[in-house]
Ligand binder design. Sequence first.
Ligand code: COI
Length: 337
Amino acid sequence: MKITAYEVRPDERNTLERLCTEKGIELVMTAANLDMTTVELAEGADGVTTLGQSTFSNEVYDKLKEMGVKVVAARCVGYDRMNREYAEAQGFKLCHGSYGPNGVAEFTIMTILMAIRKMKRAMANTDDKDFTLKGKQGRQLGSLTVGVYGTGRIGYHVIKLLKGFGCRIICNDVYENPVVKEIAEYVPFDTLLAESDVITLHAPLLPSTEGVINKETIAKMKDGVILVNNARGGLMNIDDVIEALENEKFGVLAMDAYPGEEGIIHMTHDEDIVTNFAGEKKSWLKLQYVRSFVNVIHTPHMAFFTREAAEEMCAAGVDGIYEILTTGSSRHELPQD
Ligand code: COI
């Protein structure tokens, strides 16, 4: 059996090597994304594994099929970019990662606390030897209402952690999870928007959730609301979010995910000149504008990035392919929609 692993970070190399050696799998690794310029690295492979920035175009799948690849296993949880319909119609089996929700949930709690305690300003000011309390008065989480949008594994874990702070927790999801109901109150989406001091997003990016944060939904939120997006950039209509930032609607916008971040995040741009790029670099310019607001906290899609999760992601990539090729199915296959 042979696997080609794309988007391999330095910290993943040893784990992938060990996992493949244990199973007698031949492994080819590259840091490059899977796309039409790199697809031939999968020549002779039975399966390929990627993270979240590869190009899953029809053309790429056609080429993979021609070369005999049968399984595509993303090591990340989100599979919104995998072009599922086309891939499955071509007979591919698709898998995704399934690491524990703790890392992202803990990161979310940290972000919420940073937002309500004005940490961005405090750190910037003290770095600049300004030790005043100006603009630094915060709020206590226990006296706030937190709205959790999306109550799957991560949303549920966030709710469990929030419980300890004594805040009111309201939530919304198309599927009402009975375990969540025991510790939080499901409310209609409009109620969540209107009553939350902090809104944290944990929904997958689907046609039904794309742009769910937009002009209309933002208008229903409290003035000074804290919006946390550690899920997917596409949940936000970025132009509407920018307008709201300009109108001082948000207390804080904290985002670990940004729409159009592929090709931007997880690499350095320290020598790039910010200019009025058109086309694919447009999102780069907008991101610089969004980042320039004093009340925006932006991190480079790192909520997932813990040693524990990285190990589980590599295991899911390798096991997904191995299980399908040896037994016909896998625990890591995409869920039924
Ligand atoms: C995921 O696992 O879905 C993530 O968001 C992390 C990934 C893009 C590396």
